[in-house]
Design a protein around this ligand. Structure first.
Ligand SMILES: Cc1cc2nc3c(=O)[nH]c(=O)nc-3n(C[C@H](O)[C@H](O)[C@H](O)COP(=O)(O)OP(=O)(O)OC[C@H]3O[C@@H](n4cnc5c(N)ncnc54)[C@H](O)[C@@H]3O)c2cc1C
Length: 458
């Protein structure tokens, strides 16, 4: 207890995105606990809201109903096969284990309209395991579901426009609460546990230059509130960090628009060409984060994605493509001449590349359905590299407890989502689709459950 606090709660959550809301909801199942969520501002939205809302989970009833055999262990193996970070195994396993539980909880207890994205093939995923909302409205709908559930709980207080500004600590180094600005006034909120759920630092140019110099200057496609505040407070307390150079990049960001092309297009048989009209990469062999680096190395840092009517019909069923279409980020072309003129690519080279390319879809058939060469009319959109969120952060254990650099947990301090060291390894190449929300909802779930079970009545 903090004697000079302005408010006293049991659990103070900093950040009202997916991680913070799930942590609050799970902790508040213990009716003896009072939980406060301090949110910088909901005006712009959080990254969970901006996201596609695709939840990776292995072993759900949605997969079983679709005849897909999967498990948390298989999910963990897939992540570890690409993340270049074998030491993350305990955390990857812990997160994959809880993912099917919260996906089903979202549907059964919160009424979220969940469906399995059987058409959402992604590099490295051995089976379809991205779960989304029916209608594919994306993360905005997920956050709306979580906020409604928070509003319905009388032991959770959601305080908007209340940025956390620092941590309160006792002489023994334990965390006893959080400092916030409430209505512009500095306030001290005493708490028995503080959950840092304020996302990463992709909107902080100084931290990006220091930790992710490789991505400096790349288009940032997330919200401006991800300024790394919680990570900085942890560092001030001597917390250890990991994978600070890791980030979620995206190779299919549309230059000038900031919208994204659907990452399923390569898996439906789309072709990627450079500004010289040549194909330069195996489109299906890369995760979209790694593809970002490969495209960034092309002349002009961009490439043209080309797809046919068949792929178009399948890919339009997503909020990404609806946004891109509304922004005029891609166009339909009836002839080679029209495509070459509109894009400035050399038509003879483009004709040669198109003639030598076979459009193979792996979405319905994992061993590949060869649709032959691409036929006009074709759709085309420029793609470049963007940064969506950082993936490194405060080192946590499998309960979300923040670790001091000397090796022990900092009493009273938890972190999850983008504020915690993620599971995508030390660079942008180890990100597997769904890892971002897995660390957000997963740590929210684990930490919230732990606090509900261990913080008894005062
Ligand atoms: C365009 C885009 C698409 C994506 N698509 C996917 C996807 O489909 N699947 C997937 O798994 N991942 C996806 N990601 C990544 C994923 O969105 C993030 O990893 C995840 O949302 C992080 O969740 P979070 O709860 O940690 O952070 P957020 O959802 O960003 O929430 C953090 C909250 O903390 C608040 N905050 C910040 N600082 C403070 C402070 N000092 N005090 C109080 N509050 C503060 C912010 O305002 C924000 O509301 C995507 C990201 C982007 C940008």
């Amino acid at each position: 207890m903090t004697s000079d606090a302005d408010y006293e709660v049991d659990v103070a959550v900093v950040g009202g995105g997916a991680c913070g809301l799930v942590a609050a909801l799970r902790a508040a199942r213990n009716p003896d606990l009072l939980v406060a969520v301090f949110e910088k501002s909901t005006k712009e939205g959080c990254n969970s809201q901006f996201s596609s809302g695709s939840l990776a989970a292995g072993g759900t009833r949605y997969q079983r109903a679709a005849g897909i055999s999967d498990s948390p262990e298989q999910h963990a193996r897939d992540i570890l096969a690409v993340n270049g970070d074998p030491d993350a195994e305990p955390i990857v396993t812990a997160l994959c284990r809880v993912a099917p539980h919260y996906v089903e909880w979202l549907a059964d207890e919160l009424g979220h309209p969940v469906e399995l994205g059987v058409d959402m093939a992604r590099s490295g995923q051995s089976v379809p395991r991205l779960h989304t909302d029916t209608g594919r409205a994306g993360g905005a709908r997920l956050i709306a579901t979580l906020r409604r559930a928070v509003e319905a709980r009388d032991n959770i207080v959601f305080v908007d426009n209340a940025p956390g500004t620092g941590l309160l600590t006792a002489e023994d180094g334990s965390v006893t609460g959080v400092e916030v600005l409430d209505g512009g006034e500095p306030r001290r909120a005493g708490a028995r546990a503080v959950v840092l759920a304020a996302d990463g630092f992709a909107a902080n140019p100084n931290m990006m230059a220091e930790f992710c110099p490789d991505a400096a200057g790349a288009f940032y496609g997330g919200v401006s509130t991800s300024t790394g505040d919680a990570i900085r407070w942890g560092l001030e307390l001597g917390a250890a960090t990991r994978n600070m150079g890791g980030f979620l990049g995206h190779g299919l960001v549309v230059p000038g628009h900031g919208t994204r092309l659907n990452p399923v297009l390569p898996f439906l048989g789309a072709l990627l060409v450079g500004t010289d009209g040549r194909r330069f990469v195996d489109e299906k062999a890369q995760g979209y984060s790694k593809l970002g680096r490969i495209i960034a190395e092309q002349p002009g840092g961009r490439a043209l994605l080309i797809w046919d009517e068949r792929a178009h019909k399948a890919a339009m069923h997503s909020e990404l493509m609806r946004e891109s279409a509304a922004a005029g980020a891609f166009r339909r072309h009836e002839t080679l001449g029209a495509l070459a003129t509109a894009t400035g690519l050399p038509d003879s080279r483009l004709a040669e590349t198109l003639a030598g390319f076979r459009s193979v879809s792996v979405v319905d058939n994992p061993s590949g359905t060869d649709h032959g060469p691409l036929h006009f009319p074709l759709y085309a959109g420029w793609a470049t590299r963007g940064v969506l969120t950082t993936q490194g952060g405060l080192l946590v254990d499998t309960l979300g407890r923040v670790q001091h650099h000397s090796g022990h947990p900092i009493p009273g301090l938890y972190a999850g989502g983008g504020s915690a060291a993620g599971i995508s390894g030390p660079t942008s190449e180890g990100y597997m689709s769904g890892n971002g929300l897995l660390t957000a909802l997963g740590f929210g779930w684990i930490t919230g459950n732990h606090l509900a079970a261990t913080l008894g009545r005062r």
